[in-house]
Write a protein that binds this ligand. Structure first.
Ligand code: SF4
Length: 239
C-alpha cells in the first residue's frame, strides 16, 4: 500500500508527466467520441480521473454503479465527491425484478458457493446496470491499470469493447500505484477511507477484504477464487 508514500522529485515529475498526457487524451476523447461516459468505481484511480475530468470541465458523463452491497465507506465517499466537486453523480442500481428473482432462487450470499454463482451475482448487480449506463454512448472510460493484477497485464490505453459494442479507454493503463497516490496527495483528492486500512482495491463489502503488505493489489477481491477468474464481468475480454 502506498497511501503514505514519500513524494520525491522523480515521482513528482513522472506523475505530472502522466497527468498531462491523461488530460490531453481525455480532452481528445471528449472531442471525438461524444457522447462518452466514465464509469467511476470510486477506487483511487477513478478518483484521479474524476479530478482530471472535473478540473478540465470536460464533456464526459460520470456515473457509478451501486450494487446494493457496497461498504459504508464507499457511500460516504460518494457523498464527499458530490460535495467536493459540486457534482451530481449519476448512480445506476440493479433492476429490482432481476435482483429479487436471483436472490430468491440462489440466496442472499450465494456468491461464496461457486464462481458461476459469483459471476451471476456480479451480472445482476453490475453488468446489467453497466449495459444500461453505456447504452447510446460511443465510448467509455475506466481507471484500470495494467499493474493491478494477473487479469490486467498488457492492458491497452484504447481497445474496442466487443461485449458492449463501443470504444473503451484506460487513460491510467501505464500508471504505477505510487503515481496514483502521488496525484491524490498533491491535489487533495478525496478517497475511500478503507484505503487507509489496507484495502487497495475496493468492491462490494462481502467480496473485499484487507491485504497484507507486498500482496497483489487485487488479492483482497474474491480472495477465495483463483486469480485468473477474478473479474466481475465489467472488464472481461471476449475470445
Ligand atoms: S462483488 Fe460480490 S456482492 Fe458484489 S456483485 Fe459481485 S458477487 Fe455480488
Amino acid at each position: 500500500m502506498t497511501v503514505n508514500l514519500a513524494l520525491d522529485d522523480a515521482l513528482i515529475a513522472s506523475t505530472a508527466d502522466k497527468a498531462a498526457k491523461a488530460k490531453t487524451l481525455l480532452a481528445e476523447i471528449a472531442r471525438d467520441f461524444s457522447p462518452v461516459a466514465f464509469a467511476n468505481s470510486l477506487g483511487a484511480e477513478d478518483m484521479v480521473l474524476t479530478d482530471l475530468i472535473v478540473g478540465e470541465k470536460l464533456a464526459i458523463e460520470i456515473f457509478s454503479l451501486d450494487t446494493g452491497r457496497l461498504p459504508a465507506e464507499t457511500y460516504d465517499l460518494m457523498a464527499r465527491v458530490q460535495e467536493h466537486y459540486g457534482l451530481k453523480l449519476k448512480v445506476f442500481t440493479p433492476r429490482h425484478d432481476l435482483l429479487e428473482a436471483w436472490v430468491r432462487e440462489h440466496g442472499i450470499n450465494a456468491f461464496y458457493d461457486s464462481v458461476e454463482l459469483r459471476k451471476g451475482c456480479c451480472h445482476v448487480r453490475k453488468v446489467e446496470p453497466l449495459q444500461r449506463a453505456l447504452a447510446g454512448r460511443k465510448a467509455w472510460i475506466t481507471g484500470m491499470r495494467a499493474q493491478q493484477s494477473a487479469t490486467r497485464g498488457g492492458l491497452p490505453v484504447r481497445v474496442f469493447d466487443e461485449g458492449n459494442g463501443l470504444e473503451k479507454f484506460n487513460p491510467l493503463a501505464d500508471w504505477s500505484e505510487k503515481e496514483v497516490w502521488a496525484y491524490i496527495r498533491q491535489h487533495g483528492v478525496p478517497y475511500n477511507a478503507l484505503h487507509d486500512r489496507f484495502y487497495p482495491s475496493i468492491g462490494c463489502a462481502p467480496c473485499t477484504r484487507a491485504v497484507t503488505p507486498g500482496e497483489d493489489v487485487r488479492s483482497g477481491r474474491w480472495w477465495w477464487e483463483n486469480p485468473e477468474t477474478k473479474e466481475c464481468g465489467l472488464h472481461v475480454k471476449r475470445a
